[in-house]
Design a protein around this ligand. Structure first.
Ligand code: FES
Length: 120
């Protein structure tokens, strides 16, 4: 079972391989959305561009490949950003929710999250 390490929240969440990242986060009560997305989001269709996450560390292949929707919607965003609703979890991964407003100590939080081994 993959583990998703949510850096901001300080939580490791197990999920089934093939689960949608947005659905896992919502099921676990984790807040994916900033103000705009909280007021209204597309429900996971890849249209509102409010469910940003960043993938931390070198984890190519942990999530499904970038979708055509993401290629368009994220073209001016950092390369490690994804839309949670477009991501299928394949193996363990470290992510930061709401990377557009990172916590003040995000560098240390990310480093700490990457330094600690993920459960296999
Ligand atoms: S929920 Fe709207 S783009 Fe992801």
């Amino acid at each position: 079972m993959p583990t998703i390490r949510f850096v901001r929240e300080g939580r490791d969440v197990k999920c089934r391989s093939g689960e949608n990242l947005r659905q896992v986060a919502l099921r676990e009560g984790l807040e994916l959305y900033g103000f705009k997305g909280t007021l209204g989001n597309c429900g996971g269709c890849g249209q509102c561009i409010t469910c940003f996450i960043s993938v931390e560390g070198d984890k190519d292949g942990s999530l499904s490949p970038v979708t055509d929707v993401e290629k368009i919607k994220l073209k001016n965003r950092p390369q490690n950003w994804r839309l949670a609703c477009q991501c299928v979890v394949k193996s363990s991964v470290v992510i930061l929710t709401k990377p557009q407003s990172p916590p003040a100590n995000s560098g240390n939080l990310i480093k700490g999250a990457l330094d600690e081994d993920l459960p296999k």
